[in-house]
Design a protein around this ligand. Structure first.
Ligand code: BDP
Length: 681
């Protein structure tokens, strides 16, 4: 399988150097191993711990291992000086590191071994620049302690969702046909990739916990422990999705009522067994009372009762329960305009603020509906100040082209993380989630390129980097990814490769948005598999995802004045901004308002003309991407080039389909011709 952002050539800068590694334990062994391999390949030498009289070029030292001499000691002194970057007390935390250049030596200093591992991968990222003499000392610490990937992987192939629910990269890396795959090499390589972008936890099974998967918690725990053993040396902890009904389906109890003592005892004992087997187990993930999953409602209890039950079992072991806020009525009467799916999470969860135990993290999808290419940020994130909150993103491209389309999501996620729900002077979403973390649904499978579309690797990389530092610029992250993944292996002109990949990917999320559902209205996808257009596919269904297009106009009225009142779930200023037809951002207009086709946007165009123009433009942009990629034929191994080329063909075919169906649909509804006289069927 593909080396992704860790091709051996990416370690070239470590070549012909003397490297000294100081520290002990499994994570330090990982660092040693990485460095040893790089030196063997590129001609350097490695020492482990003293003697200190080595003339080192690179020192990687963990303070946990005792006194440090020479260059490292000097860097330690610098690290303890707030003047290094004006912040902190010199402590680097569980995962942080200091990178300094002292007397011709590059020093990575950490308090704990995980910091050393992240420091090493940072040196790899910097390449030769890590050895520049004028490099200023800098402390690096993750903004978020929890950076988690949720795998929607089934152990057994499920009749509807297959081996991986919403997976577009082949089978699971962990499971095959009902059992653990037992391929530690692949999992180890996966762990390396995750550590190199900053991810530190994975959930190994689907949130929709079917019968086989439920047993991972009990009699099939060994299989989970096997994965944990392979990932541990990369600083990655394992989490499990569990079913709320476990005491009934696994324990044979007559009830799963969260307030029943037998139920409490069952969870406590099951959890004790998990920790006996996997002492650093991360915790549970729960989808309850959602899309048919069991939950506390069946017993007349609420989500705080449910989450606190599991939190109680996990607390003695320092585990957390992540409880998803994705709770809504998926059997609604589409004729009843008073129910609004966007309102549901806030309606259910905001009133519970303050009732969750401290080791509960409420995990909130970034938008109020469901991972659409464009949604406003969920108001739940501004409504629960007394609760630990995590944001859930979807790296797997369920609604963004299913890894057949290029759609670089870094810019979309960056907008979410920078969003300031209380106005520019207040906290951002990145601040809100410091105690909860950033979570994403993984896009990885057993595909040779890991992610089906080779360029979709960039989304996984960007997720990890943004979770480490949400302020990073998504364009710069993409540049890092290109620099690690493609430049070390290209047979072509590196500058052309870099430029071309930026030109294809930088704006690809907005391109995708242009040729799909317009102005934030969402869900014009084919029901079920969600690929390609179906303009009315969800319109008269119970799922709560409607666009309300008629002959006069389109969009969902979510205002307080005349609509569902959803805008009232936001604090000021956004409550007013979204309520106001005049102030609402164009991108989200149809999410919040039902408007006539002749409504004039801030851009100066009417809604109907915007729909036509963006759909023509989106297709042209995809055609240009495809041309650009052709220029890189011969720049990479043929398999990689070919794979992307084929997917771009499909993206163009599909974009044309979207354009023609969406434009024709709105032309027929509105009767308004295109101002530029282009052919609309
Ligand atoms: C939806 C997916 C479905 C997931 C659900 C969830 O279509 O497969 O089970 O989200 O997040 O977007 O639970």
């Amino acid at each position: 399988w593909h080396a992704a952002w860790l091709p051996p050539a990416a370690f070239r800068a470590l070549g012909a150097r003397n490297v000294l590694v100081h520290g002990d334990g499994p994570l330090v062994d990982t660092v040693l191993d990485e460095v040893t391999q790089a030196c063997a390949r590129h001609g350097g030498r490695v020492w482990h711990s003293p003697p200190w009289d080595v003339d080192a070029d690179l020192v990687l030292a963990s303070r946990a291992a005792g006194p440090i001499a020479n260059a490292a000691a000097e860097a330690a002194r610098l690290g303890a000086t707030p003047a290094v970057d004006g912040t902190g007390d010199g402590s680097l935390g569980d995962e942080g590191f200091l990178l300094a250049r002292v007397d011709g030596v590059t020093v990575v200093l950490a308090d704990a071994p995980a910091g050393l591992l992240y420091g090493l991968f940072h040196v790899v990222r910097l390449g030769a620049a890590a050895f520049d003499d004028d490099r200023p000392a800098r402390r690096h610490q993750p903004a978020l302690a929890r950076r988690i990937l949720d795998h929607w992987d089934n152990v057994a192939v499920h009749p509807v969702s297959g081996q991986v629910e919403r997976g577009y990269s082949g089978g699971s890396v962990f499971w095959r046909d009902g059992a653990a795959r037992g391929e530690p090499d692949r999992i180890r390589d996966y762990g390396r990739l995750l550590a190199a972008c900053g991810v530190n936890a994975v959930t190994v099974n689907n949130v929709n916990v079917h019968d086989t998967e439920a047993r991972l918690l009990t009699d099939r725990l060994d299989e989970v422990a096997g994965i944990a053993d392979v990932l541990r040396p990369y600083g990655i902890r394992v989490h499990l999705s569990v079913t709320f009904a476990a005491p009934v389906v696994l324990g044979g109890l007559p009830t799963a009522d969260p307030l029943d003592d037998r139920v409490r005892a069952w969870w406590a004992e099951a959890t004790r067994r998990v920790y006996r087997r996997i002492p650093d187990f991360g915790g549970y993930l729960v989808k309850a009372d959602s899309e048919g999953r069991p939950g506390p409602f069946a017993y007349g209890r609420d989500h705080a009762d449910g989450a606190n039950l599991l939190a109680g079992a996990l607390a003695p072991h320092d585990g957390v329960v992540r409880w998803r806020a994705f709770v809504y009525d998926h059997r609604q009467d589409w004729r009843d305009r008073s129910t609004d799916r966007a309102r549901a999470a806030h309606d259910h969860f905001a009133p519970l603020d303050g009732r969750f135990r401290d080791n509960v993290i409420v995990q909130v999808k970034f938008g109020p509906v469901d991972f659409q290419p464009r949604e406003p940020v969920s108001p739940v994130l501004a409504a629960m100040p007394a609760t630990r909150l995590a944001v859930e993103l979807q790296v797997t491209q369920e609604y963004t082209g299913q890894q057949r389309h290029v759609c670089h999501l870094g810019p979309a996620w960056s907008e979410v993380l920078r969003f300031a729900p209380w106005g520019a002077a207040g906290d951002s979403i990145a601040d809100v989630i410091t105690r909860g973390g950033l979570v994403a649904v993984s896009n990885v499978g057993d595909d040779p390129f890991w992610t089906g579309h080779p360029l979709a690797q960039a989304n996984l990389y960007a997720f990890g980097r943004l979770a480490w530092d949400p302020r990073l610029d998504p364009g710069a992250i993409l540049d890092e990814w290109i620099g690690l993944t493609w430049l070390p292996v290209t047979m072509g002109d590196p500058e052309l490769v870099r430029r071309t990949l930026h030109a294809i990917m930088d704006d690809s999320w907005r391109t995708y948005e242009r040729y799909t559902a317009p102005l934030g209205v969402g869900f014009m996808v084919r029901p079920g598999h969600h690929y390609g257009p179906d303009v009315d596919g969800y319109e008269y269904t119970p799922w709560g995802t409607y666009h309300f297009a008629d002959r006069d106009g389109v969009g969902v009225d979510r205002t307080r004045a005349t609509g569902t009142g959803f805008t009232g779930q936001y604090p000021q200023p956004w409550s007013e901004v979204y309520e106001s037809l005049r102030r609402c951002p164009d991108d989200l207009l149809l999410f919040f308002h039902h408007v006539p086709y002749g409504h004039v946007l801030h851009s100066g165009r009417t809604v109907i003309q915007h729909i036509y123009d963006t759909h023509f433009a989106g297709v042209e942009e995809v055609a240009a991407m495809r041309e650009r990629w052709r220029l890189l034929a011969g720049a990479f191994e043929p398999a990689a080039h070919q794979r992307v080329a084929e997917r771009l063909d499909e993206q163009l075919r599909c974009a044309v389909e979207w354009r023609d169906q969406v434009n024709t649909y709105f032309f027929r509804k509105s009767g308004v011709p295109d101002a530029h006289g282009r052919r609309i069927h």
